[in-house]
Ligand binder design. Sequence first.
Ligand code: ZN
Ligand code: ZN
Length: 499
Amino acid sequence: MSSRRASNSDPNTADFIGLEYHADERVIPARYRWEGSPTEGWQIQREGAHHLDLGPGFRLLRTDRCGVCSTDLDRRFLPFPLPQIIGHEIIALDGASRRHVVEINASHEARGIDHTCPFCLRGLATHCPERRVLGIHDLPGGFGPWVLAPEAAVIPLPDSIGDDTAVLIEPFAAALHAAETIAPSAGERVAVLGPRRLGLLVIAALAALRKRNGTDYKILGLVRRPALADWALRFGADEVLPAPDPESESEPCAEFVIDTTGNPLGLEAALVASSREVHLKSTHGQPSAGLRHTTELVVDELSLQAWPEDPGQAKAVVSGSPCRPNDRPRVAWLASAPPPAWLSDRADVYTGKDPNALLKALEAKPMGLPRVDLAVVDDEAGIDAVVRPRESEEISLVRPRGQIFTRAGGALTGPLLQALHHRKLRLSTSRCGDFGKALALLVADDELAQRLPALITHRLPASRLSEALALARTPECIKVVIEHAETQQPSESTETRAD
Ligand SMILES: [Zn+2]
Ligand SMILES: [Zn+2]
């Protein structure tokens, strides 16, 4: 992506009161002062004290509006510092009041700065370990009146895309990415579990791709509340079924199930409903299906599968595992059973019981990504251990978009291992999407662009953030959008404590 230079009319200071989200879910105002420039970097002061130094590669933009999503409602469960000004689904205005959307990962690549980052260089910029994330990790977000946006991630909006469509581009891009990752074939069925804030966008994306590509697959909505059935049909589902009860012995209803529930119970229901692949999109930060680190699995976009018993299949898996086709695969073998003899001919193999020790060995050898492409473990505890080998650091032993296989020597007690081994199910995950692709599809498909704004059921001024977050949890609400006042006098904000 090419770096777009900041326009000369962008401001270089902002003084304002921002509403911060705290770990106890309260929303409390705090005074901020930001000063700097895209070339020199930015100083962030909070409550009169130094708070954060941001390097170069950020543009100061005014927030116009910002959508509320499930990540915001579950923000306290995520492993990033609080309090913070949150909100990441934004339309931002430059100094000349031109509208932009902003991709949220502030990596080296997105900031357009010089770097030798092995992640950014390998097409894994959205996983750059040094990134900050708009409204989620360190970078103040769109529920405040100003944002510091990574320069190369600021995308101007075409006039044909209205505000109510544009404010949904961040979640729509994520939805489109899931739909494209699954890519069902003609005659197959894909079910969206929990079609609400994100799930309805996934249904819309599946329907738009089906229309564009002429691939005739069936789209199902799996709902717990009947009120959502009409919504699912309106957004492009062919049929709506009740969400399965994980406790019951029901038959799978679709080859693919995309879990968008944002609920820890969603994964077990998805495992019951699917016959081939579950695609997980929820980042609720809580344990589910016997895993502690389901959210981290999604954050790193990792996949899970049973290690193939057939050596031919296993060899193909290993050969296809590096992110660049000519790189030698790296495999971490942590299963109790020994690795097959052929493995060391085809890959650099790291064996041991302690994933942190294997990670240290990779870090000591500064060649390429300090990660493996693929790990083989016994069970759920093994998965958790390779996903987050260190309590204090948000990094995995497996590279972003890598694969974890279970070898399962012992009893298959949990629903996840049973599904992976008895039914050969695959669990895939995805997080963000590509704004460029999402915009191109919306520009080309006017019906789609017109359909999306129906999701916005509530709008509130930015001063009523606390109310907006409460509203977003109620069943009658799909999407709340926070709107900032049109003429902002940054140093004369009258926002009051809103909790
Ligand atoms: Zn979101
Ligand atoms: Zn990077």
